[in-house]
Ligand binder design. Structure first.
Ligand SMILES: [Zn+2]
Length: 58
């Protein structure tokens, strides 16, 4: 349970990574995509903290 439900609910969810990336580019932001283990959608997250790669839930 790595993704908090509160975060999940207020973030936009995309059906797949390609869609999420396209959205990130349209925002003009350097965002990383990750698959949400809670809702199954792809969310965007900022990369400000460097390499913080979310790991898939076991
Ligand atoms: Zn989610």
């Amino acid at each position: 349970m790595r993704t908090r439900l509160s975060i999940c609910r207020r973030k936009a969810g995309y059906p797949d990574e390609a869609t999420a990336r396209a959205a990130a580019e349209s925002f003009g932001l350097d965002l990383r995509t990750y698959r949400c283990g809670r809702c199954g959608a792809v969310h965007l997250t900022s990369r400000r903290k460097g390499k913080r790669i979310p790991r898939p839930a076991p």
